[in-house]
Structure formats: structure tokens, C-alpha cells
Design a protein around this ligand. Structure first.
Ligand code: SF4
Length: 329
């Protein structure tokens, strides 16, 4: 018995000592690397941070041009100056542009064979982390009980939409849609006899202008519109919102819609509603339109109204590392 014990002990010690040192030296550099899932969460977190705190370049450029066109020492120019100060401060302090960080809407474009459910879970983790860090306010509330989980997770939130593409990379776009501007979004059913709006582009023009007129600066104008002509009620509203993903300086490939977009902006900016409804030249900074087939019985026009705090961003993720390879706006 004693002999057996004596032979075992030295063997155990010898085996235990050498590998411990080797394993430690290998593990140290490995620990510095982030595993792919954690890296994806970090990339999504950074997407949320930038979306919440920095107005995208195309929007900032358009807002600053509008600011320079307002008459000095008017309430409109005062409002535009406050908007500028707000933008500068939010970017500098990396804090949300507005206390309402809005409905969190993700659009994910991915190659075939992508695991949507896994990605959804990573998005949720990033949203929780962003909420803890204050990039997102604890906004999302259960519509039946009024309960706020404090995480921005719940039934239907965040809103996540997937699209399979032929590309090899994953592209993630994010819109934070404020409640005030969502409240003045609208849907019309043509013909609308009260407005004399028929089932044609002239009728569409009338109802879109009516929506802007009725908003009267509520929804924190100057506003940006996404519009869909046709579709059923649900798809029409969604397609209108998706128009907010377009850059403000792009041009509609449909010549009729391109013309209508410019006309609507021009007309609305002559209404005198102005920033925040204070009067002035800037009521709208953009209008982007699309269309969808409808059935003969219906003709919906959906209008998604976005406030000056136009929060949308997007990234392309590196296919191997899941780091942010490119910013889209
Ligand atoms: S409408 Fe926009 S700017 Fe106004 S409170 Fe809501 S998120 Fe903020």
C-alpha cells in the first residue's frame, strides 16, 4: 500500500507543474480576442450609440443649409440654432439627441444560410446593453399592463426585419423612431372627398400636404417624410417608413415620383409652419416616395413623418471578424 502511494505522488506533481505554465501562456493572448458573438454585440452596440447620438451626415447637411436660409433673429432661426446646439452637444457628450430614443427598428440584409434567430438574440443583447449605458432610454412599455421591463425588450420590440440578399456580407440598418413624429404620421384612403383628392398623383399630393398642414410643427419639425402610394394598410405603412432609409440627396428612379417629391417639399416650405411650428421657411427637409400594388377596392396613401432628430444609421459587418467594416450614412 505505502509503496503504491509513494510511486503515484511524484508522477502527479510532475504532470501538474509543466502544463500549467504552458496553458497560461497560451490563454493570455486568447483572452484578449473577443469571440464572434460578443464582437457582433459590440458592433451592434456601437451602431446604436452612433444612431442615438449623431445625426447622419446627409441630414445634418440639409438641416444646416435650412438653418442658413432662415431669416436671422426670428423664432425660426432661434429654433434652428437650438437644433444645431443640441446636435453638437449630443455628439460631443455621446448622449442621446432626444430624451425619446424611440421605437428601435432594425433592418438586417444577409446572405443565404444566415441564422436569423441567433442574430435576433444578439440584437436583443445589444439593445439591453445600450439601455444600461443610456444610449437608449427605458422606453418600451407593455401595451396591456403598462409595465416597463426597463430593458427595451418586449412583445414586438425591438422591431427586427430580415432580408436575404445575394451578397456575402451582413448589413444592418437602424432607425430610432420618436413617438411625437410617429403620432403625426398618417394614412389616407382615396378618394378623399373632403380634400377633393382623387385616385391619382394629384390626389396623393393633396393628402400628403394635408398631413403636413395638420401636423403644424407637432412631431418636432422640420420634418422628413416617407410616403407609400398603394399596398394594403399594413404594408403601405411599413413601405412608407422604409423610405426613411433613403439618403436625403438621392433621386427617385421614377421620374413622376421624383418630381412629386420636390414639389411637395417646395409647397410645404411655403406653408409658413416652420421649425417646431414657429413660422419660417423650413417645414420639411425631404419627402421620399414609393409605390406598391393595390386592389381595385382600395387606394391607401401612407405617410411616415420623421422629426428633425432623424436617427438612422447602418453598418456593414466584416464577414470574418464581425467588426464594423463600413458606415453607411
Ligand atoms: S418627435 Fe423627435 S425630437 Fe420630438 S420628442 Fe420625439 S423623438 Fe424627440
Amino acid at each position: 500500500m505505502t509503496k503504491k502511494v509513494a510511486t503515484k505522488r511524484p508522477v502527479k506533481k510532475a504532470v501538474a507543474k509543466k502544463p500549467v505554465k504552458k496553458v497560461l501562456s497560451k490563454k493570455v493572448p486568447a483572452a484578449k480576442k473577443i469571440d464572434p458573438k460578443t464582437q457582433t454585440i459590440e458592433s451592434l452596440l456601437e451602431l446604436i450609440r452612433i444612431t442615438s447620438t449623431v445625426v447622419p451626415d446627409d441630414v445634418a447637411k440639409t438641416l444646416m443649409k435650412a438653418r442658413s436660409q432662415e431669416e436671422q433673429n426670428t423664432t425660426a432661426s432661434y429654433a434652428m440654432n437650438i437644433i444645431k446646439d443640441n446636435m453638437d452637444l449630443a455628439k460631443f457628450k455621446s448622449q442621446p439627441l432626444c430624451q425619446d430614443t424611440g421605437t428601435v427598428i432594425f433592418f438586417v440584409y444577409h446572405p443565404p444560410g444566415f441564422f436569423q434567430n441567433d442574430f435576433k438574440e444578439l440584437i436583443k443583447k445589444a439593445v439591453v446593453k445600450a439601455t444600461q449605458k443610456g444610449y437608449l432610454r427605458q422606453n418600451s412599455v407593455n401595451s396591456l399592463t403598462g409595465e416597463n421591463a426597463g430593458t427595451n425588450l418586449g412583445e414586438g420590440h425591438p422591431s427586427i426585419h430580415f432580408y436575404e440578399t445575394k451578397g456575402k456580407e451582413v448589413e444592418v440598418k437602424l432607425v430610432l423612431k420618436g413617438g411625437g413624429c410617429e403620432n403625426v404620421s398618417a394614412q389616407y384612403s382615396l378618394p378623399d372627398t373632403t380634400l377633393g383628392a382623387g385616385r391619382d398623383l394629384e390626389g396623393v399630393r393633396k393628402v400628403v400636404i394635408d398631413a403636413v398642414y395638420k401636423a403644424q410643427g407637432k412631431g418636432c419639425g422640420p420634418g422628413a417624410l416617407g410616403v407609400c402610394i398603394g399596398g394594403d394598410r399594413a404594408d403601405s405603412a411599413y413601405a412608407a417608413k422604409k423610405q426613411l432609409l433613403r439618403k436625403l440627396d438621392d433621386k427617385n428612379t421614377n421620374a413622376d415620383l421624383a418630381k412629386l417629391e420636390s414639389e411637395i417639399v417646395e409647397t410645404c416650405n411655403k406653408l409658413g409652419i416652420g421649425p417646431m411650428g414657429f413660422g419660417g421657411k423650413t417645414t420639411l427637409i425631404s419627402c421620399k416616395m414609393t409605390h406598391a400594388n393595390r386592389v381595385p377596392a382600395s387606394f391607401f396613401v401612407s405617410i411616415s413623418y420623421m422629426c428633425w432628430a432623424f436617427r438612422r444609421q447602418g453598418v456593414v459587418l466584416d464577414a470574418k471578424k464581425n467588426t464594423i467594416k463600413k458606415w453607411l450614412y
